[in-house]
Ligand binder design. Structure first.
Ligand SMILES: Nc1ncnc2c1ncn2[C@@H]1O[C@H](COP(=O)(O)OP(=O)(O)OP(=O)(O)O)[C@@H](O)[C@H]1O
Length: 216
């Protein structure tokens, strides 16, 4: 872009603090993630990985500090939520909707069209498209949540523990689908306890420790 301003970082946090109840979870977090980068977020149980993803998705308000997602201020929750898809650790699906309805609904919420049957087939759930999510196993829910993230391909996709509850073929599938999101230019943050799996897709590793975020 000769003469033009460079595109904004996909994620930008400046001295961000977050307190929940009496606990300070995030302590002066700074972060710059260029668009299209893949980041693996590491840290022990309770380190604050989920909390940081929720802040980036505008689901939790920082106590102090600033943040931008694709140039939108974190306080502009509407714009941030339109740019971002967060796949929560518990998959975050609607239990009383069927697998297919969950995917259709997610597409509708973002005003997108997409191949729901193709996505179900991709995660080996074609045979249970009409089954309500409450009757799926934990691994099947994770597969469905991955299919949703892959189908939506929002410019910023945050995935919390994508490999948990999956068998070997499920983990291979997660790697493939998340890898394809990267190839499509999606900015990807993966919170995981399997650094070797996550870093194959998202090579830059960051670690949360004592509320502080450092390059790992
Ligand atoms: N709503 C809440 N109110 C108070 N404290 C909370 C709340 N949610 C999370 N916490 C605390 O914030 C800390 C960080 O939790 P978080 O879920 O972000 O950790 P995590 O790194 O994702 O852990 P894990 O690897 O176990 O998933 C924990 O001490 C947790 O108890």
């Amino acid at each position: 872009m000769p003469g033009g301003a460079p595109p904004p970082d996909a994620l930008q946090l400046r001295d961000l603090w977050l307190r929940l109840g009496r606990e300070v979870i995030l302590r002066g977090v700074n972060l710059d993630v260029p668009a299209g980068q893949g980041v693996t977020l590491l840290g022990e149980n309770g380190a604050g990985k989920t909390t940081l993803l929720r802040v980036l998705a505008s689901g939790l308000k920082p106590t102090r500090g600033e943040g931008r997602v694709l140039g939108f201020d974190l306080r502009d929750a509407r714009s941030v939520r339109d740019a971002v898809h967060l796949m929560p650790v518990d998959a975050g699906l609607y239990p009383d909707l069927s697998c297919a309805e969950n995917l259709h609904f997610a597409l509708q919420m973002h005003g997108q069209a997409g191949d729901v049957a193709g996505a179900l087939g991709r995660v080996n759930l074609a045979g249970v498209g009409a089954r309500r999510v409450r009757f799926l196993s934990a691994g099947m829910r994770k597969r469905l949540a991955l299919a949703r993230a892959w189908l939506l391909a929002r410019p910023v996709t945050l995935v919390d523990e994508p490999f948990a509850n999956l068998d070997d073929s499920g983990r291979a599938l997660a790697r493939e689908l998340l890898g394809e999101l990267r190839e499509r230019g999606v900015t990807l943050v993966i919170a995981a306890h399997e650094p070797e799996l996550a870093r194959a897709i998202a090579p830059r590793a960051l670690r949360l420790s004592g509320g502080v975020l450092v390059e790992a």
